[in-house]
Design a protein around this ligand. Structure first.
Ligand SMILES: [Fe+2]
Ligand SMILES: [Fe+2]
Length: 159
């Protein structure tokens, strides 16, 4: 299989999270999976990619902006985790959160990642892509108690 650039691997993960958002709109109990995915996504995106872009003059501002948006999103995730899901306002709060998330993912995909692909070499991009895919797998299986994600996402059978 062809090695993926980190930008491509991050977009794959964005799409996985977009799917989760749709599932949460029908079943709020799945929110915890999105929180785990997004926590890991932010950590790895910052450690592997943004930290490198902060030193590139042309994209420093956009890269810092992405990091600041992570701070806002992380706060919103904590707020949603703490708020009772049976309260009608939870889904309203989630929709507002999703609008911010959507804006963030689009901005990365349309502005930041194309710039990153110009600023870093093909080899750097694919080396980082391989690291991202491996670390994401490790960290997700650790927080999801080593069970495959698919299994945990299946609705529980009625007793
Ligand atoms: Fe991000
Ligand atoms: Fe991202």
């Amino acid at each position: 299989m062809k090695a993926k650039k980190i930008t491509e691997a991050l977009i794959d993960h964005h799409n996985e999270m977009r799917k989760l958002v749709k599932e949460i709109e029908k079943d709020a109990s799945k929110f915890i999976f999105l929180k785990k995915h997004l926590d890991i996504h932010h950590e790895l995106e910052e450690d592997l990619l943004l930290s490198k872009l902060h030193s590139k003059k042309d994209i420093k501002d956009e890269s810092l902006e992405s990091q600041e948006e992570h701070v806002v999103l992380n706060q919103a995730l904590l707020g949603l985790a703490d708020f009772p899901k049976d309260n009608q306002r939870w889904m309203i709060k989630f929709k507002v959160f999703d609008e911010i998330l959507d804006h963030h993912l689009e901005e990365e995909e349309e502005d930041l990642f194309p710039e990153a692909e110009k600023a870093l070499s093909e080899k750097e991009l694919t080396d980082l892509g391989t690291q991202f895919i491996e670390l994401k797998k490790q960290r997700l299986s650790a927080v999801l108690e080593t069970k495959p994600v698919k299994e945990l996402e299946k609705p529980k059978a009625k007793k």
